[in-house]
Design a protein around this ligand. Structure first.
Ligand SMILES: C[S@@+](CC[C@H](N)C(=O)[O-])C[C@H]1O[C@@H](n2cnc3c(N)ncnc32)[C@H](O)[C@@H]1O
Length: 256
């Protein structure tokens, strides 16, 4: 459990930095901008009147963007600072959403509801030591016929950055500054794990979910890693030997 304390401290501080950043553009969000990208908008489809559980929601910008589209959203995050900020933004924008401060792997101890949809995106899995419990939390949180939607950074990029592809089951302890433009020299201590694509798919299948879509994408909508080039508007690519490397994958898994 030591990793939870270390990562919680890091994300508490990162939330303060992120909330002030142009990267997250809170002012634009308050004025009405959506923080969602076309990949998840197209994949999620119509969310109006759907109950939606957003795992690792950070400080709620995507959750509240989904609430603006008519979803009844519950966001979950480990960081109390992030959850406080999400509640503050819900009040400011007069949007209705519920936010829970919890470790995602222990969520069912504090929330036993079942939802039409579960969603998680962009930089979520590396904070979790194992995915068996994660997938079970997702399966238990879905109604029958409900769908899980994931959009995640591709491990191919992590391998190119020097991380292993497979989960070594021993964590990486690092000190790193965050990805927003205002991070400065300040570093936070973090603990992460690698997760191969087969580990993700197998965990979901073993939890009883049926994978109905799987896609890989050659760009990131965020300029959040070293060496990316904006090759078209809002698309950031890592070019190797004149070809883009995979940056994201996305999937849909359905509970029978
Ligand atoms: C990179 S952010 C997710 C990005 C998010 N899509 C965004 O930009 O708004 C990762 C989030 O995972 C949360 N997190 C890390 N470990 C967690 C855990 N064990 N349980 C719940 N949330 C966790 C962090 O607090 C952070 O808010």
């Amino acid at each position: 459990m030591e990793h939870l304390e270390i990562n919680q401290r890091a994300w508490d501080r990162r939330t303060e930095i992120h909330a002030e950043s142009s990267f997250y553009n809170v002012t634009g969000f308050i004025k009405g901008d959506s923080t969602l990208n076309s990949i998840e908008i197209n994949q999620l489809g119509d969310v109006k009147d759907k109950s939606l559980l957003h795992l690792q929601c950070h400080f709620g910008l995507d959750s509240l963007s989904l609430a603006r589209l008519g979803a009844s959203v519950t966001g979950v995050d480990l960081s109390a600072v992030a959850i406080n900020k999400a509640n503050e933004l819900a009040l400011t924008t007069n949007l209705n959403a519920t936010f829970i401060c919890s470790d995602v792997l222990q969520l069912r101890q504090v929330d036993n509801q079942q939802y039409d949809m579960v969603f998680s995106s962009y930089g979520v899995l590396c904070w979790l030591p194992e995915l068996t419990t994660w997938a079970k939390v997702i399966a238990d949180s879905l109604k029958s016929g409900g769908q899980f939607h994931l959009v995640e950074f591709h491990p191919f990029h992590d391998v190119m950055a020097g991380y292993p592809y497979f989960n070594t089951h021993s964590p990486f302890h690092e000190s790193e500054s965050t990805y927003t433009e205002n991070s400065g020299d300040e570093e936070q201590n973090i603990v992460t794990w690698a997760h191969s694509i087969s580990e993700v798919l197998t965990a979901l299948i073993d939890a009883g979910l049926v994978i109905s879509q799987f896609n890989e994408h050659d760009y990131s909508p965020y300029d959040c890693f070293d060496g990316l080039q904006e090759t078209s508007s809002g698309k950031f690519q890592l070019i190797q030997n004149n070809e883009p490397v995979p940056m994201l994958y996305s999937l849909v898994a359905t509970k029978p």
